[in-house]
Design a protein around this ligand. Structure first.
Ligand SMILES: [Zn+2]
Length: 119
């Protein structure tokens, strides 16, 4: 999250920004980052910066996987253990049960920034 905030600030340096109204993030379900957690981190880290007072919008990205049997789509029963904050759960193909490759669901990036420019 800290790296993300830095990236946003850097991005904003290239504009004549008066204020930031809204920041939209894409957060994959596989990141296991809770919206509340992110909002809290955002609030703390945006203090005394151009981002202070802006609204954080979080869009969840679904998990899509790809299997060697040809299956491509969501997986069922993605379970995060209580203690698995930083680990990725084991995902298997709902068709054949093999291990799958993750296509989407791990993102954590800025989708768009709603800013007010000077001039
Ligand atoms: Zn499969």
């Amino acid at each position: 999250m800290a790296a993300l905030i830095e990236a946003i600030k850097k991005e904003l340096e290239s504009y004549q920004v008066l204020s930031v109204k809204e920041v939209t993030l894409i957060v994959g379900r596989l990141t296991n980052l809770g919206a509340e957690q992110l909002e809290f981190a955002f609030e703390v880290m945006s203090r005394n910066s151009i981002l202070e007072g802006s609204k954080l919008v979080i869009e969840e990205e679904d998990i899509i996987v790809e299997c060697k049997c040809g299956y491509e789509g969501p997986v069922e029963n993605v379970e995060f253990g209580e203690d698995s904050h930083y680990s990725v759960p084991n995902l298997s193909c709902p068709v054949c049960g093999s291990a799958v490759s993750i296509i989407t669901g791990r993102s954590c990036c800025v989708k768009c920034l709603d800013i007010e420019e000077a001039g």
